[in-house]
Design a protein around this ligand. Structure first.
Ligand code: 5BU
Length: 277
């Protein structure tokens, strides 16, 4: 992918419905910000999402964190995604055999496939994890991200593991729309003599983004939106605590101000990247 290509130009070449929807939303709303909402009660969860909705292309959830999860909550989440025009990404990190992940994705308490446009998986089980999830997600027009790298100190997802993640993605380009990673993945994992398919364009969504601190004391490492989007060529910045702070002291106006601050930083970094001299 030529780093100067715009989100709109790239959308025109995608085939997966979730990838197209995400790129079009980014282009329409002028935001490459995804807010990650890791709080334990649904009142704060929905209040944060309603506050940040206008500033984001995507909301990332960990619904298993919520103590009062129920179907009504999902209905509210979907209503907010329609009201504010964003997609939903459940950061479930599936990592089991194909049959099990298909059940975890479709069934259980959370029924993730019924409401999350995008979810993700660790490539650790090999290609079968994608096959299992695709059996549920493709007919529902969903998209999958593979975890090719992580933002944490000492992460094992590197080198040959990352190469294999990209190879798996290449064999399932209808369903795998991109990666959770820290840099672009074009050309990664190509064997000698192999060339990249001309239409290959994986989206890269990067967590570990913060403007004010470098880490959280528990292994998380933060880089700035400019480092992530301009220097490393990632497409979406994922920001959690940098935007909502401490949920015990939720201040909606402060959350909105932070969301706009990150939106602008991410968008300016994108404009700087696509600019042609
Ligand atoms: P934070 O509050 O901005 O640190 O939250 C980051 C979120 O991204 C959190 O939900 C993590 O589970 C998620 N995450 C991450 O931080 N790093 C990774 O490599 C992956 C996910 Br994969």
């Amino acid at each position: 992918m030529d780093r100067h290509q715009t989100y709109a130009e790239r959308s025109a070449k995608q085939t997966n419905a979730a990838a197209i929807q995400l790129l079009d939303t980014i282009d329409r709303k002028k935001t490459n910000l995804c807010v990650s909402v890791d709080v334990t009660n649904s009142k704060d969860f929905l209040a944060i999402i309603d506050a940040v909705g206008p500033y984001v292309c995507l909301v990332k959830t960990h619904v298993d964190i919520l103590e009062d999860f129920n179907r009504t909550l999902v209905e509210h989440l979907v209503q907010l995604s329609e009201k504010h025009d964003f997609l939903i990404f459940e950061d479930r990190k599936f990592a089991d055999i194909g049959n099990t992940v298909a059940l975890q994705y479709f069934s259980g308490v959370h029924r993730i496939a019924s409401w999350a446009h995008i979810t993700n998986a660790h490539p650790v089980p090999g290609p079968s994890v994608v096959k299992g999830l695709a059996s549920v997600g493709l007919p529902m027009k969903r998209g999958l991200l593979l975890l090719a790298e992580m933002s944490t100190e000492g992460a094992l997802a590197r080198g040959e593991y990352t190469d294999e993640a990209v190879r798996i993605a290449r064999t399932h380009r209808d369903f795998v729309i991109g990666f959770i990673a820290q840099r672009r993945m074009e050309g990664v994992g190509l064997r000698p003599g192999e060339t990249m398919h001309p239409t290959e364009d994986f989206l890269v969504l990067a967590p570990g983004v913060g403007l004010d601190v470098k880490g959280d004391g528990m292994g998380q490492q933060y880089r700035t939106p400019r480092q992530v989007v301009f220097e490393s060529g990632c497409d979406v910045i994922i920001v959690g605590r940098g935007i909502y702070g401490k949920p015990e002291a939720l201040d909606v106006q402060a959350v909105q101000a932070q969301a706009e601050r990150y939106r602008k930083a991410g968008w300016d970094a994108y404009l700087e990247r696509v600019k042609r001299e």
